[in-house]
Design a protein around this ligand. Structure first.
Ligand code: SAH
Ligand code: MG
Length: 200
């Protein structure tokens, strides 16, 4: 058992709220944790650490689990390090400070959790799928993008925002038409995509 877990988690939720850090929503993280337990996931790669909230939630949900997590924002990375230290989780969580697209890993993971820049999702998927165990799962957050993906495009005034929504839609189409992976879209939190290799 990790001491102080609940209090550190609460502090992180307050910090995220105060500084607008887009940590996972409660029901989204619940779904993820249940998935990890149900499928006895042991080795996780996360793209997008932020302040370490989801990494800590995942790393503490069961025994024998390791999370490697990548963050490109220095301030958030340092905050994550601080939180991991507070909980003595250095052996279960390995944070990497870099742009994920510049990171090459040799390990295989049974879960890859993509929760970073929405416009790079296809690139993350293509780059890191070679690090996925044969029967592993890739889960992507923010498939609904605050409900904006389902909205009529003409209702969105900002050009920049329309561009981002287009990227999420492109990624959705990329998953739907993927020849190697089959994807289920789950309506929890901000929308999750759960992708697994097709049986051959
Ligand atoms: N998974 C976290 C939230 C992540 S928020 C949680 O639920 O607790 C998304 C984070 O991804 C941001 O902190 C952002 O800086 C980071 N990010 C975006 N693009 C990235 C990239 N290409 N490489 C590494 N980190 C990235
Ligand atoms: Mg997210």
């Amino acid at each position: 058992m990790v001491e102080n877990l609940d209090s550190v988690i609460s502090e992180m939720e307050l910090y995220a709220d105060k500084f607008n850090v887009p940590i996972m929503q409660k029901d989204g993280i619940e779904y993820l944790i249940n998935y990890i337990k149900k499928h006895d996931i042991k080795n996780i790669l996360e793209i997008g650490t932020a302040i370490g909230y989801s990494a800590i939630k995942m790393a503490t949900c069961k025994d024998k689990i390791h999370v490697t997590t990548i963050e490109r924002d220095e301030q958030r990375y340092l905050e994550a390090i601080k939180n991991i230290k507070k909980l003595d989780l250095e052996e279960k969580i390995m944070p990497i400070f870099n742009d994920a697209l510049n990171v090459s890993l040799d390990d295989k993971y049974d879960l890859i959790f993509i929760d970073a820049s929405k416009s790079q999702n296809i690139k993350f998927f293509e780059k890191f799928s070679r690090n996925l165990e044969e029967d592993g799962t890739i889960i992507t957050d923010n498939m609904s993008f605050h409900g904006l993906v389902e909205k009529d495009e003409s209702e969105i005034k900002s050009r920049n925002l329309r561009g981002l929504i287009r990227k999420v839609k492109d990624y959705k189409e990329f998953l739907e038409t993927n020849k190697t992976y089959t994807t289920e879209f789950i309506d929890v939190g901000d929308g999750l995509a759960v992708s697994k290799k097709k049986e051959r």
